[in-house]
Write a protein that binds this ligand. Structure first.
Ligand SMILES: [Ca+2]
Length: 183
């Protein structure tokens, strides 16, 4: 269930990023601000009670034809919300303190992208080679060598592009390449 939700979330994030060519760099600035999780949380917490309920998340975008709206439908289906006639609007909310780690790192980090790559690419040898390029980008970033970092990320994107339609779908290839642009 969570793998499916995560995959769908990644595709949704990529769809949103592809709406605006300046979005990847905006995401980077936002994440580097160090305040992304509290800020995102506050936006979802419509009634300001320091808890985010599923109802508040659903209310955030009621347009079910938008990228986010379509994703929320998938989450509801995957989690079988309402399937046992439970009252979804009465589900308890979540506080920021109960989040495990930084949710943004699931998609917007070298480790997160490697993990998604493993989930999306069907052949282990290709996955290893792709994650090795992300490791090289991480090392270059830590060393402050932005040229080497960009080179490693470009090599990652080139390999994803070459694998599209082979060991992963075109849709997923676009998602991974889009997320790589935020790093
Ligand atoms: Ca709330």
């Amino acid at each position: 269930m969570f793998d499916n939700i995560r995959a769908e979330a990644a595709d949704t994030v990529a769809d949103l990023l592809n709406l605006d060519s300046s979005a990847p760099s905006q995401v980077r600035d936002f994440l580097e601000s160090g305040n992304s999780v509290p800020d995102a949380f506050a936006r979802l917490d419509a009634n300001g009670d320091a808890l985010v309920t599923f109802e508040e998340i659903l209310d955030f975008d009621r347009d079910r034809s938008s990228p986010l709206g379509r994703f929320l439908v998938v989450v509801g289906t995957e989690m079988k919300l309402g399937a046992a006639n439970e009252n979804v609007s009465a589900l308890p909310g979540v506080a920021p303190s109960s989040l495990h780690g930084d949710p943004g790192a699931l998609f917007f980090s070298f480790d997160g992208l490697c993990s998604l790559t493993k989930q999306f690419v069907s052949q282990g040898g290709i996955t290893l080679s792709l994650c090795a390029k992300l490791d090289a980008a991480t090392a270059a970033a830590s060393a402050g060598d932005l040229g080497a970092k960009q080179g490693a990320l470009q090599a990652y994107e080139n390999q994803i592009s070459a694998q599209a339609g082979k060991t992963l779908t075109f849709r997923r290839a676009i998602t991974l390449m889009t997320l790589a642009k935020t790093l």
